[in-house]
Write a protein that binds this ligand. Structure first.
Ligand SMILES: [Zn+2]
Length: 289
């Protein structure tokens, strides 16, 4: 046995779901979630044990099938599944079928959403890291008393060296998981840029913040026609890169896998953590080009 193996803490079996949630909520305090959000445990018993976990941006029928196939005890997702009023979980509805299938297979469902967007180690931090942004800091600092230092909306930082918008967009396209949409890019493709802002998920409400912090490029998702055209009419910078919503949030999952693994190991537990690569983006194809 190597010294390293001998000094590793003894890992013995599964973790309590309640303990896993405690650790998760230390990283991503639910009190820091937006008022309208619905984060936390949606199905499952905190008193049960977890030995296998599947991470996904969101749950749908395909993701549930993957969870059942892998035999996981917990499906940990970014998007809450029941955000708007639900009056039935009958299996005549898609949501009812998904929830019934999870419950039948004893799979708990937990969502960390806006509380995971802003935190260090969260969704926007993962996107900044994917681009190799240096000295990344939030576009808007969180003022919530329960937020960790360095929390806030989006991130802005600098690339290791000036890069053309064209090369940066190609690099982002290679680094993000593939979607039918790919990336939409607005701006002078040959211009050199170094200061880049990012925001995982729908980021058009933070366009003015990306400009305010002096970003030369803003990478986000779900940019709509009117906010984007009005913004570009005011000034050329920042240039825009628009990713698919799912793709912009997925880079968080490998970080989350590491965090869950570490937290369980610190409790002397071992969990098998899987990251789903099923694309849950709404679109299947692009035609006409
Ligand atoms: Zn999202």
């Amino acid at each position: 046995m190597s010294d390293q193996a001998m000094s590793a803490p003894a890992s013995t079996g599964p973790v309590l779901l309640g303990d896993l949630i405690t650790d998760l909520e230390r990283r991503y305090p639910p009190s820091t979630a937006a008022q309208w959000d619905a984060v936390g445990l949606l199905a499952g018993n905190p008193g049960r044990t977890v030995s296998r976990v599947l991470l996904a941006v969101e749950v749908n029928q395909d993701v549930v099938e993957e969870a059942v196939h892998l035999g996981v005890d917990l499906l940990l997702v970014h998007h809450p599944y029941l955000l708007r009023g639900v009056h039935t979980v009958a299996e005549t509805t898609a949501k009812g079928r998904v929830l019934a299938e999870l419950i039948r297979h004893d799979i708990a469902l937990y969502a960390a959403h806006t509380n995971a967007d802003d935190a260090p180690g969260g969704v926007s931090a993962a996107l900044a890291e994917l681009l190799g942004l240096r000295e990344a800091e939030p576009l808007i600092r969180s003022t919530h008393p329960d937020s960790h230092p360095g929390s806030g909306t989006g991130r802005v930082g600098t690339l290791a060296e000036p890069t053309s918008l064209r090369v940066l967009a190609e690099r982002v396209a290679q680094a993000l998981p593939r979607t039918a949409q790919g990336l939409r890019v607005a701006g002078d493709l040959d211009a050199e840029v170094t200061r880049v802002a990012v925001c995982g998920g729908s980021g058009d409400s933070f366009l003015p913040d990306a400009r305010r912090v002096g970003a030369e490029v803003y990478l986000t998702a779900d940019l709509r026609h009117h906010p984007a055209t009005d913004f570009r009419a005011e000034a050329p910078l920042p240039y825009l890169i628009d990713a698919a919503h799912w793709a912009s949030e997925w880079p968080w999952l490998p970080h989350l896998a590491e965090q869950v693994t570490q937290d369980c190991a610190a409790r002397g537990a071992t969990v098998e953590v899987h990251v789903s690569s099923i694309c849950t983006d709404a679109w299947d194809a692009v035609a006409g080009r």
